[in-house]
Write a protein that binds this ligand. Structure first.
Ligand SMILES: Cc1cc2nc3c(=O)[nH]c(=O)nc-3n(C[C@H](O)[C@H](O)[C@H](O)COP(=O)(O)O)c2cc1C
Length: 245
């Protein structure tokens, strides 16, 4: 196994960071790695906002309810961004391209672009000995995040990425069995693999270093999904003139 694969397989989210800010060189390296990701049709349809203003960081922590949104080496917010490609065009093309930009297809493309860049940033950070945690919790109040970051039409906040020097040594979380994720030629619903995974996760939650509990993967998912969450996201996205048809 090469060192890149070893590093990828060694991933775990980090939620406690030492009080040490990332240097501007580190930030530039991480962003360059993000930008090196493949991007749909060369659109590069995303923006990454670094949060250095302590008041904004605190406000984002309030939205997320998670301490590590404030206490980290650096906080990045990844945005799907179709505004830049819109602005790059003369008026006559802008009016013709609106139908595309407001489509589900283009919204998906920008979300995919942003997410690929983010994962490159995450891997680059981990390769530098830093820890990371993605932060979907910023969508607890997507409108407020939008307003705090002054995002224009066609730009949507997706998630945060907290990066910093790890202050904790966490256990690696098991993943679904290969047979559950990888299908050949056609989709196969493999419930046995999920049941096997429930046994694996039961043991993981019983034996891990901290916060042990009686739980399985599927009961955890069930608890989360039985209550509707973030139902305001759809209307917010439409208010940005996105995902309309
Ligand atoms: C898009 C995305 C959003 C996430 N949002 C949060 C979050 O808001 N808070 C958090 O503590 N972890 C968050 N996570 C981390 C996941 O909980 C974590 O990746 C998952 O439980 C697997 O654990 P591991 O990363 O340690 O392997 C997020 C992960 C992703 C990919």
């Amino acid at each position: 196994m090469n060192t890149t694969i070893e590093q990828i397989l060694n991933h775990r989210s980090i939620r406690q960071f030492k009080d040490k800010k990332l240097s501007s060189e580190q930030i530039e390296t991480i962003i360059s790695a993000g930008q090196a990701a493949s991007t749909s049709s060369y659109y590069q349809a995303y923006s990454i906002i670094g949060i250095t203003d302590p008041e904004k960081k605190q406000a984002l922590k309030e939205v997320s309810g998670q301490q590590y949104v404030e206490n980290n080496g650096h906080l990045f917010v990844f945005c799907a961004d179709l505004q830049r490609i819109y602005q790059s065009q003369p008026d006559e093309i802008q009016s013709a391209m609106r139908t595309n930009l407001q489509s589900t297809e283009f919204f998906m493309m920008s979300v995919i672009d942003a997410t690929l860049a983010a994962q490159n940033c995450a891997l680059a950070s981990e390769s530098m000995g830093l820890g990371i945690c993605y932060l979907g919790s910023l969508r607890n109040d997507i409108q407020q995040v939008n307003d705090l970051l002054e995002l224009p039409y066609y730009v949507t906040p997706l998630f945060g990425l907290a990066v910093g020097v790890p202050k904790e040594d966490t256990d690696k979380k098991p993943r679904l069995p290969f047979q559950s994720i990888y299908h050949e030629n056609v989709y196969v619903n493999n419930q046995e693999a999920v049941e096997a995974f429930d046994e694996t996760t039961k043991e993981y939650y019983q034996l891990r270093g901290s916060n042990t509990r009686e739980d399985t993967w599927s009961s955890q998912i069930g608890r989360k999904l039985k209550t509707p969450m973030r139902m305001d996201v759809a209307s917010f996205i439409q208010s940005k003139n996105l995902n309309k048809h």
